[in-house]
Design a binder for this molecule. Sequence first.
Ligand code: NJP
Length: 223
Amino acid sequence: MARTLLITGASSGIGAATARAAAAEGWNVALLARSQDKLAALAEELGEAALPLTADVADFGTLETAVARTVDRFGGLHAAFANAGLGVDRPGTEGGDPEEWRRVVDTNVMGVLHTAKAALPELRKTRGHLLLTGSAAGRRHVKGSVYSATKWFVHGYGGNMSEEMREWGGRCTVISPGMVDTPFFDEAKPDKLQPEDVAGAVMFALNQDQRAEVREVFIMPTY
Ligand code: NJP
């Protein structure tokens, strides 16, 4: 039976590239994001293996519903990729906007917690895999203190989840890319990582034998 991967932030960039890579390797993919039209187009491209599900990671209820619909359709859940994320326009604290911080924290921090909480009861049944999109910005201080801090959270949380999940044979991986050429930025960055590069890192972690847990993949552009 094909395994099933749920991906948040699947409407674009790293999430969409991961959906394509996983479907090409025979996974079923549940595609979550807020943009219904983009999800529908990707699902049409991927065919029967894809299930588009509108969800806002800031709203736990939409994730619970999405997990239930995924299990109804595919019969189980083997991996969940908490990948949805937002950047912050204004880098510093003095010039920052508290409302913008709230949106970023709700997405990058609460969104990861919501995705994990919704998926874990199903992952426990399959000794499944939780993957989180961190960032090189969560490994080093960068210009952008609030965004960077949300990604520090992801790193800390991922390490703890490895310990929490190992009690029942589950695994957790933090994917930490440097700059990737996605709509995350207003301008194209063709000389940086491509979303397919990061999708390859996700598949590397997913394809390890159950005895091996890749705890972090740190992937940087060469220039
Ligand atoms: O960006 P983009 P990436 N609920 O803008 C979704 C991290 N990262 O692929 O809801 C649900 O193409 C949004 O969908 P929609 C970054 O922090 C990036 O680069 O339809 N979904 C879209 O599918 C993030 O964690 C770089 O608007 C929500 C997706 O998130 C992850 O990579 C470097 C949502 C964003 O896709 C994917 O970003 C790095 C919500 N509330 C880490 N809010 C980089 N690009 O350089 C947003 O180190 N989404």
